[in-house]
Structure formats: C-alpha cells, structure tokens
Design a protein around this ligand. Structure first.
Ligand code: NAD
Length: 547
C-alpha cells in the first residue's frame, strides 16, 4: 500500500480543469466570471487549487487518479490518528494556538474570503462580512476567551452511598473527527464546527462543499498555511471523495447539509457506531398575526428570507401562515419594503446573492412553474437563467400538496398560506416534519406561549427572524428530520467532547455492608443508605431495627 506522502502530495492539483468542465453544469460560474476552481485533494504542505482561468487542463482519467479514494482516505485517517495519539492536540497551548491562527487568518485574508463568496454566490460584501467573516471570527474569539473554563473538569456532587468521595466530569476529545460542510454559508459553516473541534482538542478532516468551489479551494489553501497540518486537514471533492471519507472509522462525524444526505451519513456512521451531529434543513414556518407592527415585521421577514443569501439559508422563512383577512395587508407591506431594499428591478440588485448554480436555479424554476402553483404568484416571478438571478417571489395560497409545499424551498420563493383563525396555523405546522427554526410575529402573549409550548422546532424566534443563530448561549441544531445535536459557543465544545464521568475515592470509610455475607443488619443499613433515610442509618449502625 502506498503511503499518503508517496501519492505525490507536493504536486499542485490546481490543474484539474477536466473535472472542472465536467461539473460545470452543476457547479455553475456565470460566463462573465472566473471559472470555478477544480476539485482537489489537499494536504497541509500542498498548495491547492485556485479559481483561475490559466489552469492546465488534465483529462478526467488523470483527475480520477488524483482524487481521494478509500485507500488514500484510510491513510489520511491513519496519519491523523497517529498525530492525535501523540497527545499534541489535547494541550491548551495547541488548541489556543490553532484558534489564534484562524482568527489571524480571518483578519489577514478577509478580502480573499469576500472574493471567494462573490465568486460562489455573488454574496454582497456586507452579507459576507456580517454572516460569514465576523460570525466566524466571534466564534473563534469566544472559544479563545472561554477555553480554559470549558476545558476545566466540572465538579459534581456525590451521594451518601459513596461517602467519602468526590466526582467530576472530564471533557475529553473524541479523537479524529470528520466535518462535512455545505455551500450556502461555505466559510462560516465549514469553520464554525472546526473551531469547536479544535477547542475540544480533536484532530480534524474538513470536507467543504464542492458546490461552493472557490471557498472550498480557499479554505484548503488557507488552513494549509495557517494551522497545524499534521492534525488538521482539508479534503476537497464531491460525492466520491465524501463517500471515501465516510467509509472510514471516525470518532465523530459532524455533517451540515440536506436531510437526504443526512440519511447516507447516518448509515455510514452506524457501521462503526460513530456518534454524529446532523445539521440539516427543512421547511421553516413563520406565523404572522394581525396585531403587529407590520412595517417592522415586514422588514424582519425580508431579512429572514431574501437578505439571507436570497433564501438559500437553512433558517430562512420557508413559508408564512396568516389569516385570510390579513394576507393582502401583509403582501402589500412586503411589496413596499422589498422595493425599497432591492429597487424596481430586483434582478439587477447588487445587494442580493444569486442562485448558487444551474441545477438549483432549474429546481426552483420547476417549483414555480408547476400547475396549480404558477398562477398563485402575487409578487415577483422574474428570473434570468444566464445570470442565475431570481427575484423575490411571493405566492398566495398554493395548494398544500404542491411540490413547493412538500419540499424545502431553499431559494427566493415565499408561499403565504391562509387560515380562518390564527390558531389553525399550529395544526398546519405540526402536520409537517419538525423544522430547524420556527417564527411567530404576534403581540399576543398567550399566542406566543402556545407557540413555544405546542410547536417542536430546532430553535424559535418571536417577532424577528434568524437572529437566534447569533446568540452563542443558545444551542443551534435541529430536531427530528431537521437534525440531531447542536453547536455554537460552549455547545460546540460539548459537541466534540466526550463527557467522562470520574469518581475519586480513598481507602477510608470502607463499609462492610457492601460485601457478603448479606446479614439482616447489613441489609437494613444498605437499604436505609440507598433510601437516604438518616434515622434508619443511625438505627442500623446501632444494631437496632425500626420495626
Ligand atoms: P451539499 O450538496 O453541499 O451537500 C453537503 C455535503 O454533503 C457536501 O460536502 C457534499 O459533498 C456532501 N454530499 C452530497 N451528496 C452526497 C452523497 N450522496 N454522499 C455523501 N456525501 C454527499 O449541500 P446541500 O445538501 O445542497 O445543502 C443544502 C441543505 O443543507 C439544505 O437542506 C439546508 O437546509 C441544509 N443546511 C443546514 C444547515 C444547518 O446548520 N442545519 C446549514 C446550511 C444548510
């Protein structure tokens, strides 16, 4: 078997133009922009692919040879396991140094990050800065600030049955972990779990999404430059590479992406009994009551839909439920605010991301063009396939069995469903799989309370959208089909740590009652101890019975 270093990892894989062209219809770059970067296997010492038109073309055959297969993946894991077993990643110093390097990397390479996000999604600079760069940076800063505290064993109480003793919960790293990321916030959603995994002291393989190739390539290059390559690696690639990685035995897998692939990841993990976190998606509802400040609410709904990557966000509003009588007012308020934000021709707005690729553009167009749906458009509907631009589009009262109401939309289309009574919205939401996020706009405290009590969702936000994701003291994760496990802040550290329970005892206070022969006196004492019955314990010690 070849060793990993003998697979010519010092070679520059940036010339995989063949693969690049082959996936062009899938990973789409508009003609006016630079081509997407190719898929490549990366290594700490390897200068990886760049999004450049001057790349050498290679055949698909060559590309296949260089791609990561199960054999190379196994060697990669073996190398990382060796590094992990050396104990290096467990020290506070190693963890803090990696986090400091990532923080420095973000400061020094912010322009490159913005440029990659522009290439992948035409992400507006402000959105890139706010929701990718600064959020990743603040995760890093939070971890650095709290790391010592997180790492410290947590003292816990012990019962009288083990007296004298003390106990603590020790957080230990799982070992070698795999992080598979997605394309919509390709920088944040790749590095945020990496930050948690570093804080917890693991060795890491990150597999960014091939659907955001410029960011994937940049991450590979930057992490190769800034962090310890013997313990943190990036593997670029698509389904074959991810499958090769999933064939290996990991100590934890953290997956962000669709529910469909979530099933694949969970099945692969089950083969090795590997614990997982699944950060999935779903249809996030927003209930809109009529007693609200509509102007503010409309702005916040837009922020939670189109200002979020043009709806390509896991916690973007997927659909709204409101009353029949209030719906026209809501549509008008959204229309006014949308025009204020994106102008009369939103397809030309530079303040909105484009659709990520042709596959997703056509998927969304198909949702819109379906019989029974296309005639429900009350706002928008314009699109430009050449530039992958799609306008904010509102549909009123699409059938509940339409595809747009059966699948996660993940784009700029927003159906509004109407009910006679706002209370009916609970039933509508509860008849669908549990969402990642659920929103309500209402001034009615009672309705808010009912919403929190009766709707199961990964997270909730009352009278706003999306912001709950920015609160590091709240866990972020799904429930049911929207995922399992959670992260952010300390929850990220916990997601990548095994909580080891440790009980300390000395040699004093060894009670004979624990050991056979089980005389009636011993039984009386043990039963009283287990019940916590102080009088019973005293009586048993004195050799008396309560009876
Ligand atoms: P994607 O296609 O980029 O897939 C995600 C990852 O899975 C990629 O790294 C990809 O290589 C890998 N993958 C794809 N198909 C695979 C297969 N057959 N076998 C093995 N690996 C495979 O992203 P996506 O799935 O289109 O992402 C969109 C979904 O992600 C939406 O449902 C969205 O709601 C969800 N999402 C969730 C969160 C969250 O935090 N919960 C965040 C963002 C997106």
């Amino acid at each position: 078997m070849k060793s990993l270093s003998s697979i010519n990892l010092s070679q520059d894989f940036s010339g995989l133009g063949g693969i690049c062209r082959a996936i062009r219809t899938f990973v789409y770059c508009p003609p006016s922009r630079a081509n997407p970067s190719p898929i490549s296997l990366t290594h700490s010492s390897l200068r990886v692919s760049r999004c450049s038109t001057s790349l050498l073309s290679v055949t698909m055959e060559e590309a296949k040879k260089q791609a990561l297969d199960a054999e190379k993946a196994a060697l990669l894991v073996k190398e990382l396991r060796k590094s992990f077993n050396s104990g290096r990643t467990k020290s506070y110093e190693w963890r803090a140094a990696q986090l400091q390097s990532i923080s420095k990397m973000i400061d020094e390479r912010a322009k490159d990050i913005i440029q990659a996000l522009q290439l992948d999604l035409s992400k507006p600079e402000l959105e890139a800065f706010v929701s990718e760069i600064s959020m990743t940076k603040s995760s890093c800063q939070k971890a650095l600030k709290d790391l010592k505290h997180w790492m410290a064993p947590e003292k816990v109480k012990t019962p009288i049955t083990t007296y004298p003793s003390s106990a603590e919960i020790v957080s230990e790293p799982f070992g070698v972990v795999l992080i598979i990321s997605t394309w919509n916030y390709p920088f944040l959603l790749s590095l945020d779990p990496v930050i948690g995994a570093i804080a917890a002291g693991n060795a890491i393989v990150l597999k960014p999404s091939e659907i955001a190739p410029a960011t994937s390539s940049l991450l590979a290059r930057l992490l190769g430059e800034y962090v310890d390559g013997s313990t943190i690696r990036v593997v670029e690639g698509a389904v074959p590479e991810t499958s090769a990685l999933l064939d290996q035995k990991w100590d934890k897998i953290f997956y962000t992406g669709s529910t469909r692939v979530g099933y694949i990841v969970m099945a692969a993990a089950a083969k090795h009994l590997t614990p997982i976190v699944l950060e999935l998606g779903g249809k996030c509802p927003a209930i809109v009551d009529s007693n609200i400040d509509l102007e503010v609410a409309a702005r916040r709904m837009i922020a939670g839909k189109w200002v979020c990557n043009n709806g390509q966000a896991c916690i973007a509003i997927d659909y709204i439920v409101t009353t029949k009588s209030f719906a026209p007012k809501l549509v008008d308020a959204l229309r006014l605010a949308l025009e204020e934000f994106f102008g009369k021709n939103p397809l030309e707005s530079q303040d909105m991301s484009r659709i990520v690729n042709l596959y997703h553009f056509r998927r969304l167009a198909k949702l819109l063009d379906e019989d029974g749906t296309s005639d429900k458009i009350v706002l928008g509907g314009q699109r430009d396939e050449n530039n992958l631009r799609m306008a904010p589009t509102i549909l009123l009262d699409v059938p509940e069995d339409s595809t747009i109401m059966q699948e996660e939309i993940f784009g700029p289309l927003l159906p509004i469903l109407t009910v006679d009574d706002i209370q009916d919205s609970f039933h509508m939401i509860n008849s669908k799989p549990k969402p990642l996020a659920a929103y309500i706009f209402s001034n009615d405290d009672g309705l808010q309370k009912q919403f929190v009590q009766n709707i199961s969702a990964g997270g909730m936000l009352i009278n706003d959208t999306v912001l709950h994701l920015t609160i590091p003291t709240l866990p972020f994760g799904g429930v049911g089909e929207s995922g399992m496990g959670a992260y952010h802040g300390k929850f990220s550290f916990d997601a990548f740590s095994h909580k080891k329970g440790v009980l300390y005892r000395g040699f004093k206070g060894d009670t004979a009652a624990r050991y056979p022969p089980y005389t009636p006196e011993k039984q009386r004492l043990m039963k009283a101890l287990i019940r916590g019955d102080i009088i019973g314990i005293i009586l048993a010690l004195l050799g008396w019975s309560k009876e």
